[in-house]
Design a protein around this ligand. Sequence first.
Ligand SMILES: Cc1cc2nc3c(=O)[nH]c(=O)nc-3n(C[C@H](O)[C@H](O)[C@H](O)COP(=O)(O)OP(=O)(O)OC[C@H]3O[C@@H](n4cnc5c(N)ncnc54)[C@H](O)[C@@H]3O)c2cc1C
Length: 298
Amino acid sequence: MLHAGARFHPERVTQDQEKGTTPRGVQLHPRPIGPIAGIKPTEQVISCHKDTSILVFPGKDGRIGWGLIAKLSNACIYPDCPRRLSPEEIQVMGESAADLQVYRDVRFRDLWERTAPSARASTMLHEGLFETWSCGRIVCVGHSISKMTPNFAQGANTAIEGAAVLANVLCELSPLEARSEHEIAALLHNYSRRQLKRLQIIHAISESVTRVHTRANWMRKALGRYVYPYVPGLALRTFGGVIAPAPYLEYAPLPRRAAELAAWKCSGNKSANAAKWICVLFIALLSCTLWYAIRASE
Ligand SMILES: Cc1cc2nc3c(=O)[nH]c(=O)nc-3n(C[C@H](O)[C@H](O)[C@H](O)COP(=O)(O)OP(=O)(O)OC[C@H]3O[C@@H](n4cnc5c(N)ncnc54)[C@H](O)[C@@H]3O)c2cc1C
């Protein structure tokens, strides 16, 4: 297994010319700060603005972790892109977001000013999924082959799932039985085939969620502004239906709480159907309104 540093030279592992990961934006993420009046403990806030989203994670004790995600102003493709921001650039990014609303009366400046400059850091956020994950006896998991923004919060989850699938595949190798290089390469290739389809779906959702959070166009803005906030539990159950059927260690007993999974999957499916119909109705309504508006202006 390779650490994430391998993603900077994926061609050395995969020996092909797959597209690189594309930096989508940059995130500021400081160490947690003290409680702020107006932000309730344990109630996560996602504040969506044009090309920017603010994520706020208050803990049980009210201490707050936050992240500011901003789309890069210039499109760039790896490796021709910056690795991180300088302290001056971090300052400019934070100050330019100062007036953005986080929740009710709370503005971004309330988070920013409580965060010591030494506690502010930045990370370049990439999006990208490679199709080749192994070469001979070398195999990649996690960030080295799959990178998404934190908006859908599935980067670490899918990295752990990948490790579980790889463990299942390796379990098929008996230590007593000699295997040829070709057989081992085929087994490792099998690991990526098992996980790739699931990751393609999760990446598609992650990219969509990121664009809803950053109001990429009027449709995403309308979904984020008028659909998800007014249908309680819609996001959780819709996405839960995709997340729940995750791979697990096939050679170890399932923990008892995994029994609850089946019920979650079911409710996820029902809500996914409900969500589909709400979206269809919403799009139909918008199309009719646009059609009437165009007719009226003629
Ligand atoms: C702000 C933020 C919030 C996130 N929130 C979530 C979340 O809520 N849920 C979620 O599922 N995911 C989340 N993620 C994504 C998650 O952090 C990553 O997907 C996950 O850490 C990837 O794990 P990894 O082991 O593949 O890579 P990494 O965590 O990047 O680990 C790679 C390790 O290799 C080390 N390394 C690199 N180069 C070398 C070298 N040359 N020699 C030795 N060691 C080296 C690094 O120091 C690092 O420790 C978030 C990411 C960010 C930035």
